[in-house]
Design a protein around this ligand. Structure first.
Ligand code: PGA
Length: 251
């Protein structure tokens, strides 16, 4: 049995002060919910403060990106070691990073290897665009993204990761994928590719989240699907009530 996980990707939202207020509302609500892992991923500048606020709670902390070099003259970047000192997880390969900040399968792979080296647990995001979906290329795209991102990642290290299947056309649009459709992609393409890259056992064990317009109103449908183990939530993770309700649905 895979343990459910609901992760909140705050994206470029919430100042340090706003992060503090949101976390203070989340802690009592999420601490009551059993059998689900809760992860929150605030912007870099709020990580240290949020880490202090959640240290006695069950909430786990994630970052939204990192750069693969250990240190040096890379103005504006944050290293794996810096993130790993504070957080446990890191979202890598998010479609917004791929679309606006030149992340490629190759750079995502470098980031994953660097994250694993310092003990961070990557949450690898994959998913097809609307155009790729309409051309029937979903399977090819997610398989290419997985193969590229996981190059030289050992089976032991892969065991520390989660995958988030996030169709790009469903992110922030209110047009969520159907639960059956998302489950089918995850089962037929994502788990299948993991089985061929690693093993049937690895494919059975890896936790795969769905992401894209998950809300309290539709969350339960996803969690009822056999191959969906939780959600990566954007917009609805910015409201304590909504995020707590989605996590309750996963329990
Ligand atoms: P959304 O974002 O829930 O706002 O669609 C999901 C994500 O980008 O992780």
């Amino acid at each position: 049995m895979r343990r459910a996980c609901v992760a909140g990707n705050w994206k470029m939202n919430n100042s340090v002060q706003e992060s503090i207020s949101l976390v203070k509302e989340l802690v009592p609500g999420l601490d009551k919910i059993e059998n689900v892992d809760s992860v929150i991923c605030p912007p870099f500048i709020a990580l240290a403060k949020v880490s202090d606020l959640i240290k006695d709670s069950k909430i786990e902390l994630g970052a939204q990106n990192l750069y693969w070099e250990e240190h040096g003259a890379y103005t504006g970047e944050v290293s794996p070691g810096m993130v790993g000192e504070i957080a446990e997880h890191v979202i890598l390969g998010h479609s917004e990073r791929r679309a606006y900040f030149q992340d490629t399968d190759e750079s995502v792979n470098k980031k994953i290897l660097a994250a694993l080296k310092v003990g961070l647990k990557p949450i690898l995001c994959i998913g097809e665009t609307l155009e790729e979906n309409e051309k029937g290329r979903t399977g090819d795209v997610v398989k290419r993204q997985l193969t590229g991102a996981l190059k030289n990642v050992s089976i032991e290290d892969f065991g520390k990761m989660m995958i988030a299947y996030e169709p790009v056309w469903a992110i922030g649009t209110g047009k969520a994928a159907t639960a059956e459709g998302a489950n089918q992609v995850i089962k037929e393409y994502v788990r299948d590719e993991v089985a061929s890259l690693y093993s049937d056992d690895a494919a059975e064990k890896v936790r795969i989240l769905y992401g894209g317009s998950v809300k309290p109103e539709n969350a339960r449908e996803y969690f009822q699907q056999p191959d969906i183990d939780g959600a990566l939530v954007g917009g609805a993770s910015l409201k304590a009530d909504a995020f707590i309700q989605i996590t309750e649905a996963a329990a």
